[in-house]
Design a binder for this molecule. Structure first.
Ligand SMILES: Nc1ccn([C@@H]2O[C@H](COP(=O)(O)OP(=O)(O)OP(=O)(O)O)[C@@H](O)[C@H]2O)c(=O)n1
Ligand SMILES: C[C@](O)(CO)[C@H](O)COP(=O)(O)O
Length: 233
C-alpha cells in the first residue's frame, strides 16, 4: 500500500558537466532565475510521497550547496549533503550508505532532470513497492540501429520493444544495495541502476515518463529546457 511521505530520494548532482562545456557543474546553471538543481529539488521537496532527500554533490561544492542552495531556498527535507564518487554509480552507492536505516523504498534521480513530475514519483514508488524495481521511461520515437565501431549497421531492434530510460529509478532499498554490492564485487560499470538489478535476474518494471523529463546534458538541452519552462508559464 503506497504510504504518503515514506520514501527516500537520492538526488545526484556530483557530476562534472563535461558535455555542457561550461567548466563547472551544470547543476548550477540558472534556468529562468533558479539553478537547475533547485528546480529538481523543488519537486521532491513538495512531493507528498518523499520524506527524506539525500543530496549528492561534488567534493568542493558542499559548503556552497549548504549556504546557497539549501539555506537560500529553504529546503527542509534534505537530511544529508554528501560527496559523490568518480562514476554516477559510485555517487548512488554513497547515498545508499547514508540512507536512513528504516528506509524501505529509495528513488534515484538525476539532478539534471528538473522536469520530473509528482505522478512519476507516485507511480514509481507504487510499482517498486509491488515488484521491487521500477524505472521511468518513454517509448522510442526514432528507429534505432545497433552498429559496430566502423559505423556498419549490425541490426535494427524492434522499435515497439524499445524505451528511452529516464529517472527516477525506484527500488526496494535492500534489492538495490544488494545489486550495487554485487556490481562492485564484479567491477561492473553501468549507466543506470536498473542494469545492476537486471544482472541479479530481478524483474524491473517500466513506468511511463514524459518526453519533457529530459536530462540536461549539453548546450542544446538548455534551449529545450527554456522552451519547456516558457510553455508552463
Ligand atoms: N560521478 C557522478 C556522475 C554523475 N552524477 C550525476 O548523475 C546525473 C546524470 O549524469 P550526467 O548527466 O552524465 O552528468 P555529468 O556526469 O555531470 O555530465 P558529463 O558526463 O557531461 O560530465 C547528473 O545529475 C550528475 O550530476 C553524479 O552524481 N556523480
Ligand atoms: C540514468 C540515466 O539518466 C538514464 O537515461 C542515464 O543513463 C544517465 O547517463 P549519464 O551519462 O550518467 O548522464
Amino acid at each position: 500500500m503506497l504510504e504518503k511521505g515514506m520514501a527516500t530520494a537520492i538526488v545526484l548532482a556530483a557530476g562534472k558537466g563535461k558535455r555542457m562545456g561550461k567548466g563547472y557543474n551544470k547543476q548550477y546553471i540558472l534556468l529562468r532565475d533558479k539553478p537547475i538543481i533547485v528546480h529538481t529539488l523543488d519537486i521532491f521537496e513538495k512531493s507528498q510521497y518523499i520524506n527524506d532527500i539525500i543530496l549528492v554533490v561534488g567534493k568542493e561544492e558542499v559548503a556552497f550547496v549548504k549556504e546557497e542552495i539549501i539555506k537560500k531556498y529553504n529546503f527542509r527535507k534534505i537530511s544529508k549533503v554528501i560527496v559523490g564518487g568518480k562514476e554516477r554509480q559510485d555517487s548512488v552507492y554513497e547515498g545508499l550508505l547514508v540512507a536512513n536505516k528504516d528506509c524501505e523504498t529509495v528513488l534515484i534521480h538525476d539532478g539534471a532532470r528538473p522536469f520530473v513530475e509528482e505522478g512519476m514519483i507516485k507511480n514509481s514508488i507504487a510499482m517498486a513497492e509491488k515488484f521491487g524495481a521500477a524505472i521511468v521511461a518513454v517509448p522510442v520515437k526514432d528507429t534505432i540501429k545497433r552498429a559496430n565501431y566502423q559505423l556498419e549497421v549490425i541490426d535494427t531492434p524492434e522499435r515497439k520493444e524499445l524505451w528511452a530510460v529516464q529517472t527516477p529509478q525506484t527500488f526496494q532499498y535492500i534489492l538495490l544495495k544488494k545489486a550495487h554490492d554485487q556490481a562492485r564485487k564484479e567491477g561492473i560499470l553501468v549507466t543506470d541502476d536498473a542494469m545492476m538489478v537486471e544482472r541479479l535476474g530481478h524483474l524491473v518494471k517500466i513506468v511511463e515518463g514524459s518526453y519533457k523529463n529530459i536530462k540536461i546534458t549539453d548546450p542544446q538541452d538548455i534551449i529545450i529546457a527554456e522552451g519547456i519552462l516558457s510553455k508552463e508559464e
